[in-house]
Write a protein that binds this ligand. Structure first.
Ligand code: ACM
Length: 266
C-alpha cells in the first residue's frame, strides 16, 4: 500500500493559492493514502472571528474539499487533510477523509492548543475508525489533529477501535511530537503519519513559526521518514498495513490484550 504525506507552507488567508499549491505539489503523484497538514485551506494564525468566518468552509461543499475530491478521483487514492470548518455558526479545527468516490468523513480536533481555544469549539464527534479499500485490500484508519498527540488516550482509543494507520495533520510549533510519535506508534503497534507544515504565519501584529520535520513511523517504532524543517516535500512509501494487526511485543506480551484497565481510571 502506497502511503505518504505532503509537507508544505499554506499562504495565510488565501484559499485559492492553497488549492493551487496542493494541486501542483500532487501533480503526477500516485498514492493510496496521503496526509496533508492541519488547516491547509486557511492558515493558522487568526486575528478575528470575521477573518476565521471568511476562511472557514462548510463540509462537504467548500472549495478546498471540492478540490480534494477532484484530486482523489483523478489519482484513485484517499486523502486525509486538515480543514478549517464552519458548521451551524461554529468553527472547528477539523480533519477530513476523502475517498476516490468523493465520500467525506469528518473528525474535529478534541484537544485545542493554546489560542485555538479563542477561535474553535472543541471537537464533538466520536473517535471513529474508517475502512478504506483498494487494490491494497481493506485497511482501517483513524484521524487526529496535531496537539491531540500529547493525549495518549486518543491514539489508544483509535487503536482499540482497530486503526492500523493513524493520520495526523499537524501545525506543530514545538519539537516534541516528532520524537514522541515513536512512542505513540510503538505502544499501539500502529503506523503513524504526521504531516506537518513549514514556514511562518504573520498576521495581526503576531508571528508564529512551524517546525516541519514530518514523520512516518511503523508499528515497531522505526522511523520510515523524517522530513526537513524548511522544505515543501511529498513523500510516498510502500508499507504493509497488516503489520499493524499483530499487537505482540514478545510472544507473551500484547500491547492491547495485556492492559489492566481495572487499575487505570478509578
Ligand atoms: C497544534 O496543535 N497546532 C500545536
Amino acid at each position: 500500500m502506497k502511503v505518504g504525506l505532503l509537507q508544505f507552507k499554506p499562504e495565510f488567508g488565501d484559499v485559492d493559492a492553497n488549492i493551487e499549491k496542493v494541486q501542483k505539489l500532487l501533480h503526477n503523484k500516485n498514492f493510496d493514502l496521503l496526509v496533508l497538514p492541519e488547516l491547509p485551506n486557511s492558515g493558522y494564525l487568526f486575528s478575528s472571528i470575521d477573518e476565521l468566518n471568511k476562511l472557514a468552509e462548510e463540509i462537504p461543499n467548500g472549495k478546498f474539499c471540492n478540490a480534494l475530491v477532484k484530486i482523489c478521483k483523478e489519482i484513485n487514492g484517499y486523502i486525509v487533510s486538515g480543514i478549517c470548518e464552519r458548521s451551524k455558526g461554529s468553527f472547528y479545527n477539523s480533519a477530513v477523509l476523502v475517498s476516490p468516490a468523493g465520500e467525506i468523513k469528518i473528525y474535529r480536533k478534541l484537544q485545542l492548543f493554546s489560542e485555538e481555544k479563542l477561535w474553535f469549539k472543541p471537537g464533538n464527534l466520536p473517535l471513529e475508525t474508517h475502512e478504506i479499500k483498494g487494490t491494497f485490500g481493506n485497511v482501517k484508519i483513524g484521524m487526529m489533529v496535531c496537539f491531540d498527540w500529547i493525549f495518549p488516550e486518543i491514539t489508544r482509543t483509535l487503536a482499540l477501535n482497530g486503526a492500523q494507520i493513524i493520520c495526523h495533520p499537524s501545525n506543530l510549533v514545538m519539537q516534541y511530537c516528532q520524537t514522541a510519535m515513536f512512542t505513540r506508534a510503538l505502544e499501539n503497534h500502529v503506523f503513524t503519519i504526521t504531516a506537518n507544515r513549514i514556514g511562518k504565519d504573520i498576521n495581526g501584529g503576531k508571528e508564529l513559526a512551524f517546525t516541519g520535520k514530518s514523520v512516518i513511523v511503523d508499528p515497531k517504532g522505526n522511523y520510515i521518514y523524517r522530513g526537513s524543517d524548511d522544505k515543501e516535500e511529498c513523500f510516498i512509501v510502500d508499507i504493509d498495513p497488516s503489520k499493524a494487526l499483530d499487537k505482540h511485543v514478545t510472544k507473551l506480551n500484547n500491547v492491547l490484550e495485556d492492559r489492566r484497565e481495572e487499575f487505570y481510571f478509578n
